[in-house]
Structure formats: structure tokens, C-alpha cells
Design a protein around this ligand. Structure first.
Ligand SMILES: NC(=O)c1ccc[n+]([C@@H]2O[C@H](COP(=O)([O-])OP(=O)(O)OC[C@H]3O[C@@H](n4cnc5c(N)ncnc54)[C@H](O)[C@@H]3O)[C@@H](O)[C@H]2O)c1
Length: 318
């Protein structure tokens, strides 16, 4: 059974995965507006979110009692961020990824329909389109995911489309590129690894020649996109990224600039199947949502560096 700490007020937003990296920034944005939020997450509520406006439903969304407790009558909408987010884990555990990502999304949509919830925003990914080489990813490309992670998100997008078409629920899939920012200390993606290397003085391994390119978007910009979609009750799909891709070597240079650390690089053989590039167009989000990414890479990386240094100082690991 879920444990619930506090409950009040109609017109609240449910943020699944609200204790996670993106979730805590989204919850903060709603609290800053005075909107009551229900956070549902297996993880504890971060101390920074302890607030009278927050209800915490602690539990696993695969459990019906947890879902029903979280999506109470009077819920205005659901921002669905909870998921298995690691591509590698999804490859190791496809069935678990399906249960967490697809089945949970369907059950939440069903609850939304039954309880008259107005809107549903899904955290999706550009991985739904798979590898298109150096081409530019837009919302109109066919979905050809190459991993269980990508395919579960593609399946979720299809479920959203069906619930919008059949029941008039405003459903929106925001496809994020690589997100970075404060609060990602628990992650094992490339930027946290660079930050840990900068802290320890170790070098970093780069697969292949480091020319593979990616789009890195700051969590503040992602929050801007989510809040814009929420405010407009946007029904559709939109890519939320920085809109400019850089190579891994350029990223390392930017981290060197942000941290002041030398970050020596060792090249190791390229990984099979690694995408040569992720290049996205953000025109639809700009047009439909008024989305304008505002955080420049080096400034954004400084916010991550400060966060890592603060955490290292607090735990005496620096
Ligand atoms: N971080 C990125 O670069 C990125 C890029 C594209 C898409 N996304 C998507 O954005 C969303 C948020 O990502 P994040 O980086 O904040 O991830 P995160 O892992 O930091 O947060 C996810 C949260 O969901 C919770 N959760 C997962 N399964 C749950 C379950 N069954 N029941 C209850 N809680 C559960 C976890 O405990 C965690 O707190 C995810 O859906 C992810 O797929 C993230």
C-alpha cells in the first residue's frame, strides 16, 4: 500500500517521477506558481520539495493502489516522467521496461479517462525515431526505435494518440534530447561522468574519435517546454532540445572551460551501434509552444559543476 503524507485542493497536478532529476525541477516550477502537486515516486521526496502544497505518494506505479491514490478526483493533469530511463537497463530487462514504461502509462491514461483528468504530458525521447545518420530529426519522421527503451516510449506515444482521438484527453509527448543540469548526480550519462572525472582529476574515455554529435538541453529549458505545453493544453508531439548539436570532443572542451579542470582524454574503440549523430529541429516547439531555449552550454555546465562540488563538499569526498 502507498503511504501518503499530505493531501488537499482540487486542480492539482500529478508529477510521476517527481523525485527524479527532471521531476524535481518540474515540481519546483509548479510550486513557484502556487499550484498543488502530487509527487508519486518510489524514491523519497527530496528535502527541497518539502512544502505544504506537495502530497507525496511513495510507491511503485505498477501497483494499482499507488496509481489510484496518486490520481485523486480533482486532478487537473498528469505530467508523466516516471520510467526506466536507462537504455542499457532496458536492453538487459525488456519485460521490466515494458511493465514500467508502457503498462504504467496505459493504466494512468485509463485513470485519467475515468476520473475526468484534462491533460496528460509524457516525457518521450528522440530515440523513438532510431538512427537516421546525420539527418535532422523532426516530429514527422516514422518511428523506428532500436532499443526496448525507445520502443516503449514509441508505444506510449501511440497510446496517448489513441486516448486523445477517442476521449478528447489533451495528450502531449515531448521528445527530449540529452538533458543536463543540477540534480543529475545519480545518473551515469556522459556529463555526470565528466563531472566526476573533473572532481577526481581522472581522465575520461571517449569511444572512437569523439566526433559523434549530440544535442544537450539544460533542465531549465526542459521545464520551460513542459510548462508551456501544460499552459496551452497542447495536444501533439514536440521535440524539446537545444537545437544545436556538438561533438563529444566539443562537449569535453566546454566542460574544461566550465570546471577549469584539464580532463585528459583516452580514446577507446568505438561501440557497435552507437549513433553517429543526433541533430534535432525544434521549430515545432518554437511555433506551437513559444519554446525558446535560453541556457548556453558553458553556463549550463557551470550549474552542474556547482551542484557536483556542493555534493562532494557535503559528503567530504573532495
Ligand atoms: N534525462 C534525459 O536526458 C532524458 C532524455 C529523454 C527523455 N527523458 C525522460 O524524462 C523522464 C525523466 O527522466 P529523468 O532523467 O528525470 O529520470 P530519473 O531516473 O532521474 O527520474 C525518474 C524517476 O521515476 C521514478 N520511477 C521510475 N519508475 C517508477 C515506478 N514504477 N513507480 C514510481 N516511480 C518510478 C524513479 O524513482 C525516479 O525518481 C523519463 O521518462 C525519461 O525517459 C529523459
Amino acid at each position: 500500500m502507498p503511504s501518503s503524507v499530505h493531501s488537499s485542493a482540487a486542480d492539482r497536478v500529478v508529477v510521476t517521477g517527481g523525485s527524479g532529476f527532471v521531476g524535481r525541477a518540474v515540481v519546483r516550477a509548479f510550486l513557484d506558481r502556487g499550484t498543488p502537486v502530487t509527487v508519486v515516486d518510489t524514491e523519497q521526496l527530496p528535502a527541497e520539495l518539502h512544502d505544504d502544497l506537495v502530497t507525496h505518494v511513495a510507491g511503485d506505479l505498477r501497483d494499482a493502489a499507488v496509481r489510484e491514490s496518486a490520481v485523486a478526483e480533482g486532478t487537473a493533469g498528469i505530467i508523466h516522467l516516471a520510467a526506466i530511463t536507462s537504455v542499457l537497463r532496458s536492453v538487459d530487462r525488456p519485460a521490466e521496461t515494458y511493465a514500467n514504461n508502457v503498462a504504467v502509462t496505459h493504466e494512468l491514461l485509463e485513470l485519467a479517462r475515468q476520473r475526468g483528468v484534462g491533460q496528460f504530458v509524457l516525457a518521450s525521447t528522440n530515440a523513438v525515431v532510431g538512427d537516421i545518420g546525420h539527418g535532422t530529426i523532426t516530429e514527422s519522421l516514422p518511428l523506428r526505435p532500436l532499443t526496448p527503451y525507445g520502443s516503449t516510449k514509441a508505444a506510449c506515444e501511440m497510446l496517448l494518440s489513441g486516448y486523445s482521438g477517442a476521449y478528447g484527453l489533451a495528450t502531449c509527448a515531448l521528445r527530449f534530447t540529452n538533458i543536463y543540469g543540477p540534480g543529475m548526480g545519480h545518473k551515469d550519462s556522459f556529463i555526470p561522468r565528466l563531472m566526476r572525472a573533473a572532481l577526481s582529476g581522472d581522465g575520461v574515455q571517449v569511444y572512437g574519435d569523439g566526433s559523434q554529435s549530440r544535442d544537450f538541453v539544460h533542465v531549465d529549458d526542459v521545464v520551460q517546454g513542459i510548462m508551456a505545453a501544460w499552459d496551452k493544453q497542447y495536444d501533439g508531439t514536440a521535440i524539446i532540445g537545444h537545437g544545436r548539436s556538438i561533438s563529444v570532443l566539443e562537449l569535453i572542451d566546454a566542460v574544461r572551460e566550465a570546471t577549469g579542470e584539464p580532463l585528459p582524454v583516452t580514446h577507446v574503440p568505438a561501440k557497435n551501434g552507437e549513433m553517429p549523430a543526433v541533430i534535432v529541429q525544434i521549430a515545432q516547439a518554437q511555433r506551437e509552444l513559444g519554446y525558446t531555449p535560453a541556457v548556453e552550454l558553458t553556463d549550463g555546465l557551470r550549474t552542474v559543476w556547482e551542484d557536483f562540488r556542493r555534493a562532494a563538499d557535503a559528503t567530504g569526498t573532495r
